[in-house]
Design a protein around this ligand. Structure first.
Ligand code: NAP
Length: 466
């Protein structure tokens, strides 16, 4: 240990686990510090970087994907190395990272779904939105999803932007999706789809919905799709009315919903029905597949924290449906060696600094960003300030980390370790090979890209292009 940490003679060595927006915004923020000499190694489970920009953002929202340019610049920076196809906890372990790096930043996102915990939830053709989104976006984990779109009605549970995404994809005429980077298998299945109606169930009222205004407006602009809302669902109780006065988004949403409720004489081939104050209490099967849902009417009650929450009224109805997608939020899963807060499903942290849950003691040199830090909310851009805040905490720690030894923190060690283990890691140049392949395939079809959706196939293309 000689010299000042993060000075040219003693570079700060950082590992980032996860190459999604949160991790790459953090890297960007670190790279912008001219006073810090550092190297950043970004590890990612898949050969493809970009996380939700590739796997989450809906294919008909290409403009949101423009942010990829910023991340591309980060990955191309000579101080950054990309290690794709490397699974944390399997190919590389916590104890090894502690030896190889001064700081570890977890940017692992929220990769699991939340459950409704109602009977019938696991019937075939009842899926979490995370799987359905992964399926149409060509995520390798979900390419085999056997969604049956032969029923006439689908029900989407939840009132967030993911619910809006899956509803739109189910209702959009496939020809409009054919010009996007939607996975080929999903486009083919959607071309065969017989779904004519998508019912969206919000458990609370329209004033509490968490979708944002452009997303709810967009539904009304889909060609060949009517949007229906029962005006009675938009009558607000006094508490909701008071909430609305304080919430510009909710106010703007309600204006649009009232417009939908006033639309008459609609007869488009497809229909979206937005329902509020309604929760499924059971999914009913017939011959091993979904036939219907029992839905309970809710009312709003004030909870102990003064928030309005939904409460069943006991009033039940049956909605026939062949597909159910629950879009009720994502969940971070615990990872090897890192304290986890099971109550919030996040990595246990205070302002991005990992801490032990019982003692509150700081885990020196370990940090978290993104959904694994704050829970699964926020747009991609919200990660920028959030990641910058964690980076500030990382840099504030440098005087404390100054005492760490540098033995073994040689950048070539991790490459050797992975090679020894037979891990065929994917570099930034390798990713460019695959990226160019997908872009070229897209150009040939007049699409932004055609995604390769299986890891073996990705690796074959990369190996051929090395
Ligand atoms: P979200 O915005 O938190 O919405 C989750 C929804 O699920 C809420 O309406 C919630 O209702 C409902 N819910 C939770 N538990 C439920 C249950 N047991 N039964 C019925 N409903 C239940 O989450 P998200 O839609 O997964 O989106 C995650 C984040 O990504 C959000 O910040 C979103 O804005 C962002 N995103 C943005 C875009 C975009 O910009 N276009 C696209 C996709 C996602 P309560 O409010 O009653 O809890």
């Amino acid at each position: 240990m000689t010299g000042q940490l993060a000075a040219p003679e003693r570079p700060l060595r950082i590992a980032i686990i996860g190459a999604g927006p949160a991790g790459l915004y953090a890297a960007d923020s670190l790279l912008r510090r001219p006073d810090i000499t550092l190297t950043i190694d970004v590890f990612n489970r898949f050969p493809t970087p970009l996380g939700l920009v590739r796997d989450g953002v809906a294919p008909d929202h290409q403009s949101i994907k423009a942010v990829a340019r910023i991340f591309d610049k980060v990955l191309a920076d000579p101080r950054v190395r990309f290690f794709g196809n490397v699974t944390y906890g399997v190919d590389l372990h916590h104890r090894e990272l502690k030896r190889l790096y001064h700081q570890i930043l977890y940017a692992v996102g929220a990769q699991a779904d939340r459950r409704m915990s109602i009977p019938g939830e696991d019937l075939p053709n009842s899926f979490p939105a995370i799987s359905f989104v992964g399926w149409y976006n060509g995520h390798p984990d979900y390419r085999e999803l056997s969604a049956d779109l032969s029923g006439e009605r689908a029900v989407v549970v939840g009132n967030g932007n993911v619910a809006m995404d899956v509803t739109r994809i189910l209702a959009t005429p496939p020809d409009a999706l054919a010009t996007t980077d939607i996975a080929d298998h999903a486009l083919e299945a959607l071309r065969q789809s017989r779904i004519r109606e998508v019912v969206v169930l919000g458990r609370r009222g329209p004033a509490q919905a968490s979708f944002t205004t452009p997303e709810i407006r967009e539904l009304g602009r889909l060609e060949g799709v009517d949007v229906a809302v029962d005006p009675r669902d938009l009558e607000l109780d006094p508490a909701s009315q008071a909430e609305l006065e304080e919430d510009r988004t909710a106010k703007a949403n309600l204006k649009i919903l009232r417009d939908y409720a006033g639309r008459t004489g609609q007869a488009a081939p497809r229909r979206i029905v937005l329902r509020f104050l309604a929760s499924p209490v059971e999914i009913l099967g017939e011959d091993g597949r979904i036939a219907a849902l029992t839905v309970e009417r809710n009312e709003l009650v004030v909870d102990a924290n003064g928030a309005l929450r939904s409460k069943g009224t006991g009033q039940l109805e049956t909605i026939q449906a062949g597909l159910v997608l629950r879009s009720i939020g994502y969940r971070t899963v615990p990872i090897e060696g890192v304290p986890f807060d099971h109550a919030t499903s996040t990595i246990n942290n205070v302002a991005g600094q990992v801490v032990h849950p019982n003692t509150g003691e700081v885990v020196r040199g370990e940090y978290v960003v993104g959904w694994a830090k704050r829970g699964p909310t926020g747009l991609i851009g919200n990660n920028k300030p959030d990641s910058a805040a964690t980076v500030a905490a990382m840099l504030a720690d440098l005087p404390v980390l100054q005492r760490l030894g540098d033995d073994g923190r040689d950048p070539s060690r991790v490459e050797a370790l992975l090679r020894e283990r037979g891990v065929d890691y994917v570099t930034y140049r390798d990713w460019q090979v695959l990226d160019r392949y997908e872009l070229a395939a897209g150009r040939a079809q007049g699409r932004p890209r055609v995604k390769v959706t299986s890891v073996p196939e990705m690796m074959e293309i990369i190996r051929a292009g090395r």
